[in-house]
Write a protein that binds this ligand. Sequence first.
Ligand code: 0O2
Length: 219
Amino acid sequence: LFWSEIVMEIQLWREILLPYEQAVQELKIKFESIINEHRMLGNYSPIEFVDCRVKKISSILEKAQKKNIAINKIEEEIEDIAGIRIICQFVEDIDRVVEIIKSRKDMEVKYEKDYIANTKESGYRSYHIIIYYHVYTAQGDKRIQAEIQIRTLAMNFWATIEHSLQYKYERNMPKEIQERLLSAADAVLHLDKEMSVIRNEIITAQDKFNFKSNIIADI
Ligand code: 0O2
């Protein structure tokens, strides 16, 4: 390929990714509104915070190559070009968030992957939902897919660290580190269980604290 062709190719990809960028921004705002609404009403929010990203062009092409996906099938078959991550405090909150997503008219669930009930071999735990979502751009209406990952703060801590180690070792992680990560995943499971036991206690304490802070901030 000549440089000019490469530049044109990148430009084309940027255009393809525009609606995805719009979608993740919209979805982030929508989930953040749920947090705000709960907190403004003095209620506990099942969502702690929201993160989003559009997959990098290089990662999209790498995944397509790895999975043998034809160029014209990428948007259909790579479901996580748009990615939303919803972080909760407790495992129980994940079910509430799933219910919220299922009840919405602006998000259509394609399918779910429960890596909490079915922990991955690596030790990874998270609840994934693939949705269809409409974005209205200057070019018109486009239905895109997005992957929503829902996990606790503790699961997120583990996944973030494991992801950077995978990156560091280019997916050839030494056995010893893999084993350490598996044992850390057990510790995460234990931590989430312990926190769930005292969940009500924690929520009441946080509600009291937030109520006081809100009142003080408003005057
Ligand atoms: P990134 O960098 O997060 O964007 P595959 O990608 O082949 O494993 P599939 O069918 O595309 O499988 O989806 P799957 O297994 O549901 O995983 C999609 C995403 O979940 C991954 O995106 C990760 O974000 C997360 N994930 C899955 N397994 C693991 C794991 O073992 N450890 C960590 N840290 N995250 C995981 P990508 O595409 O890897 O990239």
